[in-house]
Structure formats: C-alpha cells, structure tokens
Design a protein around this ligand. Sequence first.
Ligand code: NDP
Length: 491
Amino acid sequence: MTDLDRKQDRAPVPKDWTYAPAPESRDIVRLRERYGHFIGGEWIEPAETYQTISPATEEPLALIGEGTEGEVDAAVVAARDAFANGWSALPGSERAKYLFRIARILQERSREFAVLESLNGGKPIKESRDVDLPLAAAHFFYYAGWADKLEYAFPNRRPKPVGVAGQIIPWNFPLLMLAWKIAPALACGNTVVLKPAETTPLTALLFCDVLRQAELPPGVVNIVTGDGRTGAAIVDHPGVDKIAFTGSTEVGKAIQRRLAGTGKKLTLELGGKAANIVFDDCALDQAVEGIVNGIYFNQGHVCCAGSRLFAQESIYEPLVDKLKRRLETLRVGDPLDKNTDVGAINSKMQLERIVELVEAGKDEGAEIYQPPCRLPEKGYWFVPTVFTNVAQSYRIAQEEIFGPVLSVLTFRTPEEAVEKANNTPYGLSAGVWTEKGSRILWMAQRLRAGVVWANTFNRFDPTSPFGGYKESGFGREGGLHGLEPYLRFDE
Ligand code: NDP
C-alpha cells in the first residue's frame, strides 16, 4: 500500500456535501412575558398590548404595548423635559461620552442583540451578527466623534439642536435603523421619541436596557411601541419638532401631507427599485456574487436592494446561467442557523404582497425561475426567485417587491442602460459592474440615485451619506450630511 492509499483510507470522502445544522443558541436572550413603553427612563405599563412572534416559526415571543395617543404624549413630555432641563445644554464632549458608552455596550452585548434580531425579524444570524450589529455600534462611535465638533462641521453657522425628534422606523433593519436615527439626534443635542415597527419591537426594547447601563439621563430617549396609529400620533403631536421616517413611499407621502405648514422638519427615507447594471467587460463571477448579495441579502427586505438586473445583451446568457447555478447553492431556512443564507419573510402581510407581485409577473408574461428548495412547514417563506423576459412596463419591473425576487432586463449601450435604469419613480441606489473606471464615473454622473456602488453592492459605512431622489425621499442619513437634519442654524 502506497503512502497516498494509506492517507485516503484515513480520510474517507463524505457521502454527500450537505451542511450539518449549526444552530446558534437562544439561551443568551432572556425574554420577558410583556413589555411596556420606555418613557422618562421608566417602564410604563401599556393600556393595550399585542403579541409579537417569530416569523420563522410563528411562535409567540412576548406581549408588546400598543401605544395610545396618551402614551405618546407622555413620551413627548418626557423628551421635552429632558431637552429643556439639561441635555441640550450639555457640552458636546459630555454627550459624546454617553454615545461612546452605548457603542461599547452594543459591542459587548452584540451576540445577544444579534440572536434577538434574527428571532423577531427572521433575518439570518450571520447577517445580524456580521452586518447589523457591527454597523449599529459603528454609527454610535461615528456620531460620538461629531458631538463636540459641530462648530467645525458647520463653520460660522452656529448650529443648535432642533428639540424633540419623533422617529419612526421599519422592520427590515430594526436595530440598525434605530442607530441611524438615534445616534445623530443625540450627538446634536436633541431628545427622542422613537417607534419601532409593529413586527420587530424587541431589539429596540432591549436597547432601553443599554440606555440604562450607559446611565443616559431619563427622558433623552423614549421608546413607544405600537402600529401605524402610534406612528401617526407621533407625527401629529405638536410637541415634536422634527420627524425622521423610514418606510414605504405611501406612508411617507401621507406624513409629508400632514406636516405641511406645521414648520416641523422632516426627512423621508422611502422605497427603491435599484438598477444593478452589468457590462460585458466586468469580472462575471464577482458580478454574480454582487447580484446575489444585492437582492437576496435580508430576503430582499432592503430599500436599496438591486431588484432590477440590467445585463448587457452580449453576456446575458452566461450571466443568467451562472446566476441560476448560484441560486441553487443558497440555503433557505432557520434564521438562527449559522449556515443560512436566506431567512424568513418578516410577516404574513409582506409574504402576501410578494406572492401577489410574483403572480402579476407570471400573468404579464415574464419567465420565472426558482431553484429546487424545501421550505419549512411553519412560518413565512419565499424561494429566491429570478424573472427573465421582463418588460419595463411590468409591475415586477416598476413596483418595490421588498422580497427575494429579481427581474432581469437587458441593454446594449451605456446610454440605454442609463435611460432604462432611471425609468422609475424611485432613486435610492444603483450598481455598476465594469472594469473601466471612466465608465463608472460616466454612469454615476447620469444615474439618478442617491448611492451608486461600483463593482460591489449593499456596502454601508457610517461616514457615508445615504438617501434618495424622487419618490425615494429626501434628506441624508450618515456622514456629516446626517447631522444637518438634527440642527437649526440661527444667524
Ligand atoms: P410602513 O411604511 O407602513 O411602515 C414603516 C413604519 O411606519 C412602521 O413603524 C409603521 O408602523 C409606521 N407607520 C405606518 N403607518 C403610519 C402612519 N400613518 N403614520 C406614521 N407611521 C406609520 O411599511 P410596511 O411595513 O407597511 O411595508 C409596506 C411596504 O413598504 C413594503 O412592502 C415595502 O415595499 C415598503 N417598505 C419600505 C421600507 C424602506 O426602508 N424603504 C421599509 C419598510 C417597508 P407599523 O409597523 O405598525 O406598520
């Protein structure tokens, strides 16, 4: 027997290459039976409650407060009090200390937060662990750095805090959106009343524990849970000076109408239908990874998701072939399994919306491809889907699906790519894949999108501003630009 034979004997080839389950333990998360609102640094027993569940199993997790107008009012009063009696007058370097503390505590407790985020929202643990949590902490670190440098950020403009900020966030990145909203608001000396989305309140409620640990003065951050009615009560409250909203274009428009003439400041971060444009000179395998990351990351529940793929005609066939083969390797299932690529759809309602739009795509004549895939019996799931043969007028090419569904279209010239990419009411993000730097710049100048990624997609950094054009909203979050909505400049 040769040496090689002996070695092969000791390491038999496995019968198949499927992954063994690798579930993350839930033990680190201690859920309470019921949660109240966090107002003035205290837990307030809610008048009404509803049940929050795990979308992967439909298991009830906890009872959550359904914020009433009275409870919103109490939160605004607490925020106003904290603003007037200390927080707004605190030197920036002191505010920064609290923000640094919050950032460090988030890092220390990141596993607990990541598990809870995946449990309540359905996103894969590897995303909440490697993307949501590090970015949320990074946002607090970044804005902590600005708190004592506002005069340098806006020289000769005497920046002052706006007052009480009402913040309404969605369910796709619950803790990260909270960080995007709260970190710049506090850095600028404002106080906050925040409402998390109805389906994903748990990490925002755990965050209240972090605030206590950081010894943030009571009333500086208040969290009121509930549905759209609670959100509307925050928007309408006369004691709120600024509204920051992330969510659907429809609700964003309604908020803008309600605020007209009130003098309240407003930023809207709304929907998107991003074009991911692939030229024939790109590194094709990398582009396929970018396309997959662009649309299947977080089940496609991403406002800047690359939901329209524009493939240059000359590479259409090899690109679609590679993409389909790559889809077969995506693992759909338990969000708490460390091998999972695509988790659960966030809610029954969202699943119904995805199904409706996919049916519309089939009816209008697009060709559907879904890889073979066994879905769990309970919970809300959708197989990663690609549509080819899509016309620009189809609903799947026009409307935000907010699910793991990609529409593939084609183009011949850069001019045509720009024209088709811009043919949407939205303007949040876009991607360009080409080896030519000059072409990237040429495209970026012409694409009507707040962010244009080149040879990558869905990259985020707290230093870089994010926001939209057209029906994707206005105002920027992140970077120096993200400070401005939380400041007034009295000359
Ligand atoms: P919404 O816009 O309804 O939700 C966003 C947030 O606003 C939630 O906290 C919500 O509360 C709250 N809200 C709802 N109605 C009002 C109101 N009248 N006044 C103030 N606040 C309100 O989005 P949905 O969850 O209904 O999702 C619908 C569609 O929106 C999705 O299919 C997707 O296409 C898009 N969407 C886009 C997002 C983005 O980041 N661009 C994020 C989320 C959704 P509650 O949770 O109780 O509804």
